[in-house]
Design a protein around this ligand. Sequence first.
Ligand SMILES: Cc1cc2nc3c(=O)[nH]c(=O)nc-3n(C[C@H](O)[C@H](O)[C@H](O)COP(=O)(O)OP(=O)(O)OC[C@H]3O[C@@H](n4cnc5c(N)ncnc54)[C@H](O)[C@@H]3O)c2cc1C
Length: 562
Amino acid sequence: MAGKVTMRKPVIIAIDDDAQVLAAVERDLRGRYGAQYRVMRSVSGMAALDALRGLKKRNDSVSLLLVDQRMPGMTGVEFLGQSMEIYPNAKRVLLTAYADTEAAIRAINDARIHHYLLKPWDPPEGHLYPVVDDLLEEWQASFRPPFEGVRVLGHRWSPGSFAVRDFLARNQVPYRWLDVETADIDGEVRQLVRAVGPEPSQLPMVLFPEGSPLSAPSLAQLAERLGLRVRADEAFYDLVIIGGGPAGLAAAVYGASEGLKTVMVEREAPGGQAGMSSRIENYLGFPSGLSGGDLARRAVAQARRFGVEILAPQEARAVRIEGPSRMVKLSDGSELGCKVLLLATGVSYRKLGVPGAERLQGCGVYYGSALTEAMAAQDEDVYIVGGANSAGQAAMYFSKYARRVVMLVRGESLSASMSQYLIDQIKQTPNIMVETRTWVSELHGEARLEAISTHCGNTGQTEKVPANSLFVFIGAEPNTDWLSAVVERDERGFILTGNDLMRDGKRPQGWPLDRDPYLPETSVPGIFAVGDVRHGSVKRVASGVGEGSIAVQFIHQYLSAV
Ligand SMILES: Cc1cc2nc3c(=O)[nH]c(=O)nc-3n(C[C@H](O)[C@H](O)[C@H](O)COP(=O)(O)OP(=O)(O)OC[C@H]3O[C@@H](n4cnc5c(N)ncnc54)[C@H](O)[C@@H]3O)c2cc1C
C-alpha cells in the first residue's frame, strides 16, 4: 500500500547545455556524493525547472543546484531565480567562465546565489569538493526529511476534498493535508502550488511518493491506486457478508476461523459507523475506551489473518436466488455467488432536511463525526445537531480543538437520549454549550457554510449566527430498498428475522422448509441479517459483534441441512 516507502536520497542537479562539461560535472559529483545523494542532470534551464516540478510533486528533497551561466534560452542566473519558487532552500551554485565573473557577482544578490565556481574546476578536490562539501553541510543542518506518504492538495470547503480525506482516514492510510488557501502562510503549500500549478478542476489532487498524482479522483480510482482490493479471487464462496461494520467483521472472523470460505463486501471502509466514533467507552475489555478507528483496524487485521477477503470500496446492489445459491450483484457489474448471504449493512445518517443543507454538504455540513475536520476547526465555533450518544461523543471530541462547541438539541434535555456518563462529561467541559428546545431552520452560504439560523422553541425566536462547521447526528435509517423484493422488512426498512417473521404462529409467505427461521435468519432461508439493520436490534457495537458471532452458529446449522 502507498505510504510505506523507504527514505529517498536528496537530489543534486547539474545543468549545462555543453554535453561534455555536463558529463564531467556529473561524474565528479556522483563520485563523491553518489552514496548519500541522487545526482541528476539536465541540458537546459527549462528542462531542469520541469525536473524540479516533478520532484516537488513526489515530495523529494533537493539539496543543491549547480548550473552553467551561459546557456541558450535561459541563463543560469535566470534558472536559479525561478528555482527559488519551488525549492527555496536548495543551495545554488553558478558555473562561470572567467569573463562572466562580474555578472555572477552582481547576480549573487538577485538570484541569491550561494557560490560561483570558475571553469574549469580541476582538480575537483581542490576547487569543487570543498565548496560543495561546505554547502551540503550547511543544507543538512537545516534539513527536515519530508513527509514520505500520500499528500492531498485541495480546498478545505470542497466536498471532493472532504470525501478524499475521509476515505483515506477511514481506510487507515496516513496522509498529509495541504489546504491551497494557506499558501500565503505555509511555504510547503506555496511551493507545491507553484510546482503543480493546479487548475480548480484538478483539485483535490492526491500526490503519491511514487508515480504521477491523481486529479479529482473517484474513490474507486483512489482505492485502486492505493492497492485496496475491490475484486474477489473466486466466483463462489461459502459465506458472503455485505457490510464491514462491527457485526459484519465479527461474522467474518468467526466464519473464517471456523473454516468457511468468506468474503466481505464494504462500500466505504471497514469499521462502519463504529469507525467514525472518536471514543467508544462501553466496549467490554477497554476500560479507558478505544477509538472506532482502532477497533476497525484490529478487527480487519484479525479477519485477514483468518483468510477473509475484504473488498472495499465495493457496493452490493442486488440479490437474486438461484436454487441453493444466493447471488450478489456488485457496483462494478460483477457477481458473487455463495451458499449463505449475511446482511450486515447497518444504518446511515438521516439527512437534515432544511434549506441549504444539501448544497452545503461536505463544505461545512457533515454527517457522522467527520473526525478529519477536527484539526481544521481549531479555535473556531463548532455546531452539533442532535442529543444522542453519537452527538455527545462528537461534542467531547471537538471540545479539544474548537474554541466553543454548541449542541443544538430538539428535546427538553439530554437525559432522554444520552448515556449519563456522557452527560456528566459534557457538564464538566467548559467550552461545550447545550441549547435545548432548539433546532436548525436554515443554512446559509454559497460555496461554503457561513451562517446558520436556529429556532428556539422556548422563546419562539429565530436567530442567525455565523458558523463554519455543522455536524449532524439526528438518527439513522437502514438503506435496504434494494432488498425490498428479496427479504421481508418492517415499515421503516429494518430487516425482519427469526420470530419477528412469524405471524399467528405461521411461517413467512413462501418459506419452503419445515422448520421456523433461525434467530438471525430472514424470510429467505440461507440469507441472514445481523446488527443495526436487523429489526429490533440494540444499536451498539457490542451487540452487533455478538449478533455477528452467533449468526455463524446458525449458518453452520443451515449448511449442515442443505
Ligand atoms: C459517531 C458514533 C458513535 C457511536 N458510539 C458508540 C459507542 O460508544 N458505543 C456503542 O456501543 N455504539 C456506538 N455507536 C453505535 C455503533 O457504532 C453501531 O451500533 C454499530 O456500528 C453497528 O454495527 P453494524 O455492523 O450493524 O453496522 P454499521 O456500523 O452501520 O456498518 C454497516 C456497514 O455496511 C456498509 N454497507 C451498507 N450498505 C452496503 C452495501 N449495499 N454494500 C456494501 N456495504 C454496505 C456500510 O458502509 C457500513 O460500513 C456509535 C455510532 C456512531 C455513528
